[in-house]
Design a binder for this molecule. Sequence first.
Ligand SMILES: C[S@@+](CC[C@H](N)C(=O)[O-])C[C@H]1O[C@@H](n2cnc3c(N)ncnc32)[C@H](O)[C@@H]1O
Length: 193
Amino acid sequence: MRHKIKAASTFIKTLVKSPQAIGAVMPSGKKLCRAMVKAIEADQNSIYVEVGAGTGVVTKELIAAGIPPHNIYLFENEINFIPKLKILFPDAHVIHGDVQFLQKHLTALGVGKVSKIISSLPFKSLPQSVVNNILEQFDMVLKKDGKIVQFTYSVNQPYSETFKQQYGFEAEKQAYIPQNIPPATVWLYKRKP
Ligand SMILES: C[S@@+](CC[C@H](N)C(=O)[O-])C[C@H]1O[C@@H](n2cnc3c(N)ncnc32)[C@H](O)[C@@H]1O
């Protein structure tokens, strides 16, 4: 309980400092986090990149689903979240860094292409140039048969038609979580056969 209050307070402080980058009024609820993990089809062998880890609510569910923490690479740009992520997930790889440079970070860690990207990045509130850079990085680091899971508060798909056409991805709606605040939809992206 004390941890939850502390995490909520860090989230609110960071939201006030960087509203565009946080893009949410509170951390994702358990049902949304579980729906994200279900959509990514957790297995024990894949390498997982989680981007926009925040207070670690999605990470917690990835580990609860049986993914070995050492297979998880957590990226978070806001320094306020990093110490707690390191304490909560000592065996995962916690990276304080901008996902616009995802490939560079992974290469420095000796990681090549990855199978799964789980993203809570607030694409609807980030500047378009940042969104374009990040989506380019997703395409660069994802294996041919890799998958991306992304949630959105919008009624529209989180990634543009241009992204899908440019990189040959298709989107599948996986779940709608009306209980989340705000209600959210989970989308799965994979390359067209
Ligand atoms: C909507 S919050 C999600 C937090 C948490 N995963 C959850 O579901 O509650 C988005 C997170 O993405 C992070 N973020 C935004 N832009 C980023 C970037 N370019 N690189 C890394 N993290 C970023 C923010 O700092 C924030 O913690």
